[in-house]
Structures are given as C-alpha cells and as structure tokens.
Write a new protein. Structure first.
Ligand SMILES: Nc1nc2c(ncn2[C@@H]2O[C@H](COP(=O)(O)OP(=O)(O)OP(=O)(O)O)[C@@H](O)[C@H]2O)c(=O)[nH]1
Ligand SMILES: [Mg+2]
Length: 270
C-alpha cells in the first residue's frame, strides 16, 4: 500500500519518533524536501537524512555530503540499501537522535529513492511479528508496525512525497516520464546536467559520442528503430522517456558533488 499524500505523510510522522528522509545521493538538493522537514519540525519529531544509493558515487562524495549536511545541522548518513550496506550505521544514527525505547521509525521520501529497500534492510533477515499501527484510521488500516532488530519499531508503509510540477526537478524527483507534458524538453535538460557533471555519461550508457542533447535523443531513437510512421523522423519522445528511466536505473550516471552544490542549495527555497 502506498501513502502518497501530505495528509498521509502527516499521519505517519505523527506516529513516529524518528522520520527517515530518504534522498538520492546522486542529487540531494533535488531530492530533499523542505516541506517534509518543516512538517517534522512542527510536530516536534526527529529527522535523519538518509542518503541512499551510495554505491553509485565515490566514497569521497558520499562522505562530503554527510559532512556538508551535518554542518547545516542535519543528522545524516549514507547507505546503499539495495546492497544492505550501512544498515548498522543507520540504526546507530536513529538511536543517537532519540532517547526512548522502543523507537518508532517512519520512512518518507520522493518516489524511487529506495524507501522500500531501506525498510527491508532495517527489518533484517529475521523480521519479527507485526501488529497494526495504533490509531490507524480506515484508509491506513493496513499499516503494520514491524519489530526490527536493535529495539526499533518500523512502520512498514513508506510515505511517498507528492511530486509537483513537470520540469527537470520533477523528473529527478521520480515523476513517471509518461506523466511529463514535455518529455523531450525535460530529457534535454537532464542530458545537459548529466554531461556537465559527467562528460562521459552518454558514451558510457549508449556508446554515442554526440554531445548535443537533442541529437543524442535522435541517435538513441534511430538506433532502436523508433520512427514516426508518417514521416520516418526519429521518435525523440520515446528516446526522452528512455533517458529519464535510465537515469533512475543508474544506467545514465552522474552525480552532483557536494562542493558544487553549495551555490545551488543556497538558492533553493523549498
Ligand atoms: N544502486 C542502487 N539502487 C538502489 C538502492 N536502493 C534502491 N535502489 C533501486 O532504486 C529503485 C527503487 O527502490 P525502492 O526501494 O523500490 O524505492 P521506493 O522509494 O520504495 O520506490 P517507490 O515505492 O516506487 O516510491 C529500485 O530499482 C531499487 O533497486 C541502492 O542502494 N543502490
Ligand atoms: Mg516503495
């Protein structure tokens, strides 16, 4: 079951002692949510920023993000939930921020940041019995409380932060490419950003040496035989959706290093 509205997220946060804000370590400024952070603060709960997918960036970058966020007053750890790396560190970070037992933990983040993987990693292999989350109203009566190793109680249902807008940021935040009004415009911006941070990424992902984003889309479409039936022109829309999906899969790979994000983050308002 998916809890994908601010109302549901508020419900989850109220029931938790600690909220894990799951972000994609490849681009934390785009995948953190100031709105979630404000909500957690206003309900007087503790927040831990979990920088996930650390296997996709060099260790120096992962450590740099943790340092930068800690300097800004966040509790932050990096992990690679898919590979179950960093789980023990995460448990420790959770216990450091609150002094109660057991600790109820909620997991919230934009789509595809790895919330379910984190819940599975925290549950461990010997996951214990479940019980309904107390006070579940009708629409969330499936939410279960999991007893996880280390004195943690985990709400097994993650909160998915609604993605607003339709531009590049929405795509990075996990809005499905089929829902984008202008996938080509978004993919062009994504490729520009990707090439800025990793000039080799298109060559590595597709074996295409082109550097102009629109031409890259054309080349991908032609290579796969995607053409408009009427004109024979390359079907760039399909290539655009593929590129956006490939970013989420980690096939088109780039990351924003912490030192370059300082300015970007300073300008952010959310
Ligand atoms: N490389 C890498 N990929 C990961 C990691 N954790 C999760 N993923 C991948 O990211 C994708 C989304 O992971 P999920 O755990 O389903 O993420 P989610 O936040 O629960 O996604 P939704 O429920 O759809 O919002 C999957 O393809 C995972 O395999 C990680 O540590 N490293
Ligand atoms: Mg999930």
């Amino acid at each position: 079951m998916i809890l994908a509205s601010w109302r549901n997220i508020a419900w989850l946060v109220r029931r938790a002692d600690v909220v894990l804000e799951v972000v994609d370590i490849r681009d934390p400024p785009s995948t953190m949510s100031r709105k979630l952070e404000r909500l957690v603060r206003s309900l007087d709960k503790k927040l831990v920023v979990v920088l996930n997918k650390a296997d996709l960036v060099p260790r120096s970058v992962a450590e740099g993000w943790v340092r930068l966020l800690r300097d800004r007053g966040y509790n932050a750890v990096y992990i690679a939930a898919r590979h179950r790396l960093g789980t023990r560190k995460l448990r420790k970070a959770i216990k450091r921020v609150v002094d109660v037992t057991p600790i109820v933990v909620a997991v919230v983040g934009f789509p595809k940041t790895g919330k379910s993987s984190i819940i599975n990693a925290l549950k461990g292999r010997h996951s214990a019995s479940t019980s309904p989350v107390p006070g579940s109203p009708g629409y969330t009566h499936h939410a279960q409380l999991y007893r996880a190793p280390g004195g943690l109680y985990l709400i097994d249902t993650p909160g998915v932060i609604p993605v607003e807008g339709g531009g590049l940021e929405a795509a990075i935040r996990g809005r499905p490419p089929e829902e984008l009004r202008d996938p080509v415009g978004v993919a062009v911006k994504l490729l520009e950003k990707a090439l800025r941070y990793n000039p080799r990424c298109v060559l590595d992902a597709y074996g295409i040496a082109e550097t102009d984003p629109y031409r890259i889309l054309e080349a991908i479409a032609l290579r796969r035989g995607w053409r408009y039936k009427s004109t024979g022109e390359p079907l760039v829309e399909e290539a655009a959706r593929t590129v956006i999906r490939d970013y989420h899969k980690g096939k088109l790979l780039f990351y924003v290093p912490p030192w370059e994000a300082l300015a970007e983050q300073r300008g952010a308002t959310r």
